[in-house]
Design a protein. Sequence first.
Length: 385
Amino acid sequence: MGYEEAFPPELREYYAKLFGREAEEIMASLRTPVEKYYIRVNTLKTSRSKLMDILRKEGLKPKRSPYLKEGIYFEREGPNFDDDYEPGLPVVRANKFASESVYQGAMLYAPGVLQADKRIKPGDKVEIKDPRGLLVGIGIARMSAKEMILSTRGLAVEVTLPKFRLPSLSELESFKKGLFYAQSLPSMVASRVLEPSEEDLIVDMAAAPGGKTSHIAQLMGNRGEIIAMDKSRNRLRKMEEELERLGVKNVKLIRMDSRKLPELGIEADKILLDAPCTALGIRPKLWESRTPKDIEATARYQRHFINAAIKSLRKGGVLVYSTCTLSYEENEANVRYILEKGLKLEEQSVFIGSHGIGVEDVQRFYPNRHLTQGFFIARFRKVQA
């Protein structure tokens, strides 16, 4: 299945108008995992050189980021087979989320299985396909077909040949000790652009699962105060576990819809709004179902968060607005909205992406140009009370 079938016609047309000839390259890149898979060194516990030594001993091949001193990356392996490869094995069909994980080297667990060829028994070699029939990997069944469908936990298929392979990190001792956090390069850049200091009161408005929050904490040396918000109790519970693993101590977790932030009555020095978005930049994307209508609705929704952020920022304070999407409406159009509210756009201290569409002092990451997720960052200062 090529990108033509993976993206709705109206979204392909939207991309063609926005990006011109580059649209096809962008969509092709979105179909694959990132070429460089980044992790962030947890400098609260270790240094980059020490962690790289540990990772080599754990059998990995880490490389230094040329951009960020806390960045390490691993190179993607693959593709390991062609799109037209037909192994002719019994088929296990996985849901979209599980398929995208298998596609880049993860194991297939029972909750991700939708269907399985009835003849499959433990030890059989099988092929794993996504709901639309795309081959994402080959492996060895560790359950019978019936067990795969009925079980709510456990390894269904040990994946031996994924389409691509990224390193598996969560079972490493270095991970369990909290020496690193798996985080994309643009996401790390967003925290850097905020320029947090230990004197600051900082609000992270859409904080879970905690990547940017914990990065900000380490940039502050575990000093100062960070208020991290999310409306989901379950996500906050998991975030609390992550912060404990990483040794973060200067974060106060608050469960609330951050559109209600002004109700807290605080005047933040700096606010990070990594806004809820259409996530059109996330990779890999085996297929996309969102359309321009979703983009327009989401952009309007984001403005409620923007308004709340502006009200809760002190005069002279800094707002960093970021998304993991590619659209104009959720990015540059909302930048123009923020400018109309009286904030001033500022240059970014770390700039390794591309300039925006019609706006210079913002940063766009393109999957085909920068070998990253699609991402957007803008930094503002509140110049009026």
